[in-house]
Design a protein around this ligand. Structure first.
Ligand code: FAD
Length: 339
């Protein structure tokens, strides 16, 4: 395992900001994960696991510890019956390649999550989701290294405690587990309508009545390309803010401020308000704040146009959060985690 020193984190995160990692390495097996954690412990250094860096913001002071880039490969069918196929996938596999492969196998369950950057192992961390699917829907379990007990184990989906863009991996057990593989159970049935609003609208407008996971994947990629900047050329982390979740008692007060405010009732009785709508309706869409652009095609996305530091991004972020709060009395919060 090679260990490199003073590596700029901006080269490994899609927002292209932030200072240096004191040490950086790559882990290609679960045992290498344990080895690097034990080595860090022996030197009293903090550890950070990095996937594709598409949901991480690096701070200007950098990271005074070891950053391990997840590179564990694997794609193994572990069960197969008339209705479903169960696959164990190495945490370092590229997520969109995994989706492509399962769609080509005629399976459904993750096709609407096409085009999401990053690694398979990061998908449980924020319960990745898009266009009506989230990883919690198909995930059976994760293989994980427990850095507290220095043991390997398996966490069931229930253990992961998935909620909207959240799980134990970014709340109660943040930093404790390294996911080394995920196991998904995918269906052999083709996807059935009704679909997520934006998809259903596309199908209705184009008079489409036959649905396969390949068709869903193709349309999702087409819609995403029109709404999201490509991180390879335009630094961003996708949605920079989580949608706001409010309690039922807040609904009437908000409707009084703005009767057009869109709200979607969730299964648990709370209401989701699209953060992009809130930002747009504060007049911030397209604005350049401290070198950070509120993306013209989607106000939920912040693009690093000319920011040179985390501080620039922090100032832009706080201005947006404060303006939304002052206008709508709703608190929105940052989605990407920070290193
Ligand atoms: C253009 C664009 C579009 C996006 N669209 C979506 C979308 O539609 N839906 C959505 O949910 N997200 C979306 N994202 C966010 C992001 O792609 C996902 O959150 C993705 O899962 C992050 O993967 P990553 O490998 O880049 O993780 P990283 O950014 O490297 O890491 C994210 C967090 O997960 C932790 N982590 C990573 N790997 C592991 C592991 N193996 N074990 C334990 N912890 C780990 C890291 O420590 C970090 O805290 C988008 C991002 C971009 C840039």
């Amino acid at each position: 395992m090679d260990i490199h020193t003073n590596i700029p984190l901006k080269n490994f995160t899609t927002m292209k900001l932030g200072g240096n990692a004191r040490f950086m390495t790559e882990v290609r097996t679960p045992q290498e994960v344990a080895d690097v954690y034990n080595s860090a412990k022996a030197q009293s250094l903090p550890m950070f696991i990095l996937g594709g860096g598409s949901n991480v913001i690096a701070r200007d002071e950098g990271f005074n510890g070891i950053v391990a880039r997840m590179r564990i490969e694997g794609f193994d069918i572990i069960a197969d019956d008339a209705a479903s196929t169960t696959i164990r996938i190495g945490a370092g596999e590229n997520w969109d390649s995994v989706v492509k492969r399962t769609v080509e196998m005629g399976l459904s369950g993750i096709e609407a999550m096409s085009g999401i950057p990053g690694t398979a192992g990061a998908t449980p961390v924020q319960n990745v989701g898009a266009y009506g699917q989230e990883i919690a829907d198909t995930l059976i379990s994760v293989d994980a290294y427990d850095s507290i007990t220095n043991t390997f184990g398996v966490l069931s989906a229930a253990d992961c405690n998935f909620t909207y863009r959240d799980s134990i991996f970014r709340s109660d057990a943040k930093g404790r587990y390294v996911i080394t593989a995920i196991t998904l159970k995918l269906s052999k049935n083709q996807p059935q309508p009704p679909f997520y609003e934006a998809l259903q609208k596309y199908f209705d407008e184009h008079n489409m009545h036959i649905f396969t996971s390949q068709i869903i994947r193709d349309i999702v990629i087409q819609i995403r390309n029109s709404k999201l900047p490509n991180p390879a050329t335009t630094p961003n982390t996708g949605s920079f803010f989580k949608n706001a979740i409010i309690d039922k008692w807040q609904v009437d007060g908000l409707k009084a401020i703005n009767p057009n405010i869109p709200m979607y009732e969730m299964a648990d009785g709370t209401y989701k308000i699209p953060a992009g709508w809130l930002i747009e309706n504060c007049g911030l869409k397209g604005q350049l704040l401290h070198g950070v652009r509120v993306y013209e095609n989607n106000a939920l996305v912040l693009v690093n146009e000319s920011a040179t530091s985390y501080l620039d991004l922090e100032m832009a972020r706080n201005e947006i959060i404060n303006k939304v709060r002052d206008t709508f009395r709703v608190q929105i919060e940052q989605e990407p985690l920070e290193i």
